[in-house]
Design a protein around this ligand. Sequence first.
Ligand code: XMP
Length: 516
Amino acid sequence: MHQRLLIIDFGSQVTQLIARRLRELNVYCEIHPFQAVTEDFLADYRPRAVILSGGPASVYAEGAPMPPTAVFELGVPVLGICYGQQVMMHMLGGLVERGDGRAEFGRAYVTPEDEELPLLEGWFATGREQVWMSHGDHVSRLAPGFRVFGTSPGAPFAITADPDRKFYAVQFHPEVHHTPNGARFYENFVREAGFAGDWTMGAYREEAIAKIRQQVGDAKVICGLSGGVDSSVAAVLIHEAIGDQLTCVFVDHGLLRQGEADEVVTMFRDNYNIPLIHADESELFLGELDGVSDPETKRKIIGRLFIDVFQKHAAEVGGAEFLAQGTLYPDVIESVSFSGGPSVTIKSHHNVGGLPEKMGLKLVEPLRELFKDEVRALGRELGLPPSFIGRHPFPGPGLAIRCPGEITRPKLEILRRADAVYIDQIRRHGLYDEIWQAFAAILPVRTVGVMGDGRTYDFALALRAVTSVDGMTADYYPFSHDFLGETATRIINEVPGVNRVTYDITSKPPGTIEWE
Ligand code: XMP
């Protein structure tokens, strides 16, 4: 059992970043919404330290979110951030004042008070530290035992602490990028709390394998393989745990990229000896998609067929009791919502959604505790080739959603070839790893061009490349004009059927990453 840090979530937009910072320090932590953190939960969970997140509420609002007082009786360090600071002052005998409409938002500079605090080791080397503030209410009187260790012009209680009890309460957000020395702050906090930094992928691999063996026993497991990083890492890990009790099903819906099916089959069946059913169902999918141009209808057809086909081939395995999925931690974190609606929303995995109930299968989800970059680290630990681990995400519905309008085989062929040239360009220029996702989309328009001495009337393409942390928001990638020009020339010269190339410069929001 790892030393655990508990993050109590009060609904801040950046709570996940706290977990990221801590995991980078090899500290195992979990985020739990405040409603779930009861006294019993705490007694059972036995965290080595607690962090109270920020949040949009006011401690004076009716039903303001609060942790149980037992949090302060565990005898472990507690760090309150922004709303978390206000909660600590409110509950421990200080005073919080309403913001009277004046919020402090954005960059601020904190300067130290006379006293030193281990939490601030490595801070204030230049006399002040840039931090990120985002608050309406503020603390106006400290709780007994607390003293001030840092102030900013807008926040006289920017950094406060009761060093004896190791209670720390800060007004700013150390987890965000705009607090440049924030990682050091967390490093000091976990050192003060006595964490040994025992969360490593090597250790995780051993534990996960033991857990899978215990959960599965000698039953059979099936795993839907998409060729993406998550399902691949899950499959290799489970195979290491239970060997041939695992069978993977790779459904080729005819909407894959150039060479993709071969790559996946070679890697799993030939290199790893993992039993693999390669279901070539392109006729079925492309047949049902024939003449369909509405994006939602396309997605529904693909989703339905995927389940049918998976189920059909899974039956060949005979008597599988478990379905393995590459569900990640961000998919399962329960996010707190204050604005009406259900108070707890859980995102569900959509690619094989509905299968477990329909087939009466139990789930094996060995990546449930991991963030994407940790899955990549685990993949490296398991020896997956770096080129595979670093692959850009590829959506379940594949090229169907990169072919607005009707899907035809000739259009898919043009798209595959153009996409391959585009990705080759990106790799040659050493940009692949800087980009979250890049792809070509074939547009449902033909345009007039001139090539040599002749007129052409061919398809137009859109190229897309974005940077992102999690796919939820994204910025278009700022390629140089030289790069774009060279890429357009190569595509038009090397891919018959294309005579125009455009670059999509929409961010998300308001656009989405995929075109459909
Ligand atoms: P959007 O287009 O919504 O995409 O901005 C965000 C991220 O999700 C991927 N995506 C999907 N992944 N099944 C998947 O496995 C899907 O149906 C699906 N739709 C979008 C998309 O490629 C991007 O990384």
